[in-house]
Design a protein around this ligand. Structure first.
Ligand SMILES: NC(=O)c1ccc[n+]([C@@H]2O[C@H](COP(=O)([O-])OP(=O)(O)OC[C@H]3O[C@@H](n4cnc5c(N)ncnc54)[C@H](OP(=O)(O)O)[C@@H]3O)[C@@H](O)[C@H]2O)c1
Length: 253
C-alpha cells in the first residue's frame, strides 16, 4: 500500500519547479492533489502534464482574498484534507541600495503574509494525523548578497513554523519546513532574473555549497514526502536540503 493512497493534498506553487515535482510524486503514490499557481503559461503546462490527476486552481498566494476563496474551493472539492504544502515563493535578487517598496511588498506578500493566512484558512480543513510543510530557504540563515528582503521574508516563516506547530498540536496536525539550498529548477527561484543573472547565481551556488553542486528537485521532493508521511513524531522542524550550506559544514580547499 503506498503512503498516499486516497490522501488529499493541497500544494501552493504547484504548477512549476519543486511544487510540480512534489505533485507528480504524490500522484504516483495515489494521492488526490490540488495545485495552485498564477502564471497562465505555467498553469497550462501543468494542466498538460498532470492531466486529470490534479485539480489546478489559479490563485495568488500573496492575496488574502484569493486564499480565502481557495479554502472554500478546497472544502467543496475535498472536504477534509491530509496535507498542505505551502511552496509558492518569490526571490528577487537585489542589494540594499536597489530594493524598493514594491519589490519588498511583493516578496513579503508571497513568501510571508500569504503563508501565514494560508495556514489560518487551510488548517481548519486538515484532519487529525495530517500535516503542513512550508518551503523556507537557506537564505534564512545565509548572508548572501542580494537576498536581504527574501531572506527576511523566509526567516519570518521559519519562526512561524514553530508557533503553528505549537498551536496545531492539539488538533493532531504537524507543521514543519523544508529548507532548500541552491536547487536546479527552471527558475532557480528567481523568475524575474535575466538569463545572465541566473547563470551568475548558479555559479555562486556551486562555490558556496559545501558539496560543490546544486541539489535536484527530486532531493527536495524526497524530504517533503518524508515530512508529509513518515515524520510522525516530528513537528516544528526545519529540514535542510542544501548540501550542508546552512549547517556550518567547512570545506577546506
Ligand atoms: N530554486 C531554488 O534554488 C530555491 C532555493 C531555496 C528556496 N526556494 C523556494 O522553493 C520554492 C519553489 O521554488 P522553485 O525554484 O521551484 O520556484 P518556481 O519554479 O519559480 O516555483 C515557484 C512556484 O510558486 C508559484 N508562485 C510564485 N508566486 C506566486 C503567486 N503570487 N501566487 C501563486 N503562485 C505563485 C509559481 O507559480 P507561477 O509560475 O504561476 O508564478 C510556482 O508554481 C519557493 O518558495 C522558493 O522561494 C527555491
Amino acid at each position: 500500500m503506498s503512503r498516499f493512497a486516497g490522501k488529499k493534498v493541497v500544494i501552493t506553487g504547484g504548477t512549476h519547479g519543486m511544487g510540480l515535482d512534489f505533485a507528480k510524486a504524490l500522484i504516483a503514490e495515489g494521492a488526490e492533489v490540488l495545485v495552485t499557481g498564477r502564471n497562465e503559461k505555467n498553469i497550462e503546462a501543468a494542466r498538460d502534464e498532470l492531466k486529470e490527476n490534479a485539480h489546478i486552481v489559479r490563485s495568488d498566494a500573496g492575496s488574502v482574498s484569493d486564499i480565502e476563496a481557495l479554502a472554500k474551493i478546497v472544502a467543496e472539492k475535498f472536504g477534509k484534507i491530509d496535507h498542505v504544502f505551502l511552496n509558492a515563493g518569490l526571490a528577487i535578487l537585489e542589494t540594499i541600495d536597489k530594493f524598493t517598496e514594491d519589490t519588498f511588498d511583493r516578496q513579503y506578500a508571497v513568501n510571508t503574509k500569504g503563508v501565514f493566512f494560508a495556514v489560518k484558512h487551510l488548517a481548519p480543513l486538515i484532519q487529525s494525523g495530517g500535516s503542513i510543510t512550508i518551503t523556507t530557504s537557506v537564505a534564512n540563515t545565509a548572508g548572501a548578497p542580494g537576498m536581504g528582503v527574501y531572506g527576511g521574508a523566509k526567516a519570518a516563516v521559519r519562526a512561524f513554523v514553530r508557533v503553528a506547530a505549537s498551536e496545531l498540536v492539539a488538533q493532531g496536525v504537524r507543521v514543519n519546513a523544508v529548507s532548500p539550498g541552491f536547487i536546479h529548477t527552471p527558475s532557480m527561484g528567481i523568475p524575474e532574473a535575466t538569463p545572465e543573472e541566473r547563470a551568475q547565481f548558479q555559479a555562486l551556488g556551486d562555490i558556496l555549497t559545501p558539496m560543490k553542486r546544486h541539489g535536484s528537485m527530486e532531493e527536495v521532493t524526497k524530504a517533503a514526502l518524508f515530512l508529509a508521511a513518515d515524520a510522525t513524531f516530528t513537528s516544528g522542524l526545519e529540514f535542510t536540503v542544501d548540501g550542508g550550506g546552512s549547517q556550518g559544514v567547512l570545506t577546506p580547499q
